[in-house]
Design a protein around this ligand. Structure first.
Ligand SMILES: Nc1ncnc2c1ncn2[C@@H]1O[C@H](COP(=O)(O)OP(=O)(O)OP(=O)(O)O)[C@@H](O)[C@H]1O
Ligand SMILES: Nc1ncnc2c1ncn2[C@@H]1O[C@H](COP(=O)(O)OP(=O)(O)OP(=O)(O)O)[C@@H](O)[C@H]1O
Ligand SMILES: [Mg+2]
Ligand SMILES: [Mg+2]
Lengths: 267, 267
């Protein structure tokens, strides 16, 4: 079956969506049949494909309706090897009114089993926060990548995040692992940044061999450098490879995809 | 009574906390008795004062307990004229289990009436998202400032945000106005940024005189430039004025406070 990866970080604006889109696009170019799933009611993901949120169309939100829409009807073709399921504002109801509903945490997992055969990798773009939508992604996923900035406040959030991964792994999804941290919006010249990167590395090192879901979590290389092209691309409805395939942002996501693929080949 | 201002943006990582702390600190220095209230379970605000989250201490979270703690017990002294109410993880229950409880939206407003006499301005640091905690802030506030980045995805979120402000103004808080947009992490040399700033300005212009809560919303000057010192300060438990009072970040927040004060003198 496909590898299913949740891009998770409760802190906002750290690069989850930008990474889901551009790592996904790079994996698709390397030949993997890739599905991106937007679990964020802000529905930013589809903007990177020039697709407007359409409240009428089946989306991740309508997977939670009674009756739910069929997941096959939700899939939109983006590029060769690259499809996505858009979100819409209806998804916000899941965190609000539906949060208490019995069985709400496994809706995404069950929906994805129906299309698993068609894909080699499925990336789940999480909203900020650790609510019902993020739990749905963690319950459906095999592994977690954590996009984060090498900044002090981001480091503080990492411990809390790993605690939530552990909670889901202890209950709803015993095979869940956190396999990678992805540094986003990286300022290579900053000594503060270097200090935080060392802290992250040290934090991950101390858990090698421990009985925690992040015992094999690696700091994936390279860091994705801050590059304004990555912020511009969605305003043109494009992934970074269609917008400016030679810029540093494209370079970094291409090399990140290679690191992810070689990590997967070892395991 | 005091001016009560919600710092709101459902998008994460746009500078809400950094602005609450440093705009607040600048207002305190100019002589206003200032209270900062952390409405985010990530409880980043108190880190800027070198204060660790303490699950035992009264906090914004315990204002929602049954029985609630007394708001006077929650207040921590930060600097001259500058106090704050810290958050803790208990606050996360409000968006989860307590979200459906009757009367939950007005808890903060009612608590703040008890300490109103002691302050000239109260700034409410909102979490990302537009859930029960943000609604509490909007119900307690007189006005809303919107910290945002001059980036395409941020612009898309602005319309949705203003819609929520309108919803609360129509129901729970008829006097609520959105009075200012604050540009954060601003890249002054970016042409993409300039285009987005023009778009924001045009968006606000078209609502002058209209019957909406943002008819007098202005783009506050100056934009807060991207400055790594602002990211470093909380790792030393300091506001920007204690960390590096001459850096561009301190300069910009000082001038922003002057703009806010002169806006308030006109009205
Ligand atoms: N490496 C980068 N360089 C420059 N800008 C970037 C980079 N990565 C992301 N951005 C921009 O930063 C902003 C936040 O990124 P993004 O939306 O991917 O974060 P997110 O974690 O998905 O946010 P949210 O929590 O709101 O879902 C966006 O405007 C995006 O275009
Ligand atoms: N002008 C700036 N220059 C450089 N870094 C900044 C600036 N403003 C904020 N930051 C850093 O960017 C990150 C996000 O800022 P901040 O935490 O204030 O955003 P937020 O909107 O409160 O996020 P959240 O939605 O998670 O509460 C932090 O690490 C902060 O230190
Ligand atoms: Mg996102
Ligand atoms: Mg914050």
């Amino acid at each position: 079956g496909p590898r299913i990866v949740a891009l998770l970080n409760q802190k906002g604006g750290v690069g989850k969506t930008t990474t889901t889109v551009n790592l996904g696009a790079a994996l698709a170019v390397s030949g993997l049949r890739t599905l991106l799933v937007d679990m964020d009611p802000q529905s930013n993901l589809s903007l990177h494909f020039g697709v407007e949120t359409d409240e009428g169309r089946p989306s991740t939100g309508s997977l939670f309706s009674q009756p739910p829409s069929k997941v096959e009807d939700c899939i939109v073709k983006g590029r060769d090897n690259l499809s996505f399921i858009p979100a819409d504002t209806e998804l916000a109801l899941v965190e609000g009114e539906l949060a208490g509903r019995d069985g709400v945490q496994t809706v995404l997992r069950d929906a994805l089993t129906k299309v698993a055969k068609k894909f080699d990798v499925i990336l789940l773009d999480c909203p900020p926060g650790l609510g019902v939508l993020s739990v749905n992604a963690l319950t459906a996923a095999h592994e977690v990548f954590v996009p984060m900035q090498a900044q002090y406040l981001a480091l503080r959030g990492l411990e809390k995040l790993l605690g939530t991964v552990q909670l889901v792994a202890a209950g709803l999804n015993p095979n869940l692992v956190a396999s990678g941290v992805i540094l986003c919006m990286h300022e290579t010249l900053s000594s503060h940044g270097k200090a935080v990167v060392d802290e992250i590395r040290g934090h991950l090192e101390q858990f090698r061999g421990a009985d925690v879901p992040w015992r094999d979590c690696r700091l994936l290389a390279p860091p994705i450098r801050r590059n304004i092209k990555l912020a511009e691309a969605p305003s043109f409805g494009k992934t970074i490879f269609d917008y400016d395939s030679k810029c540093p942002g494209a370079e970094d996501y291409r090399r990140l995809a290679e690191s992810v693929l070689s990590m997967w080949r070892e395991r």
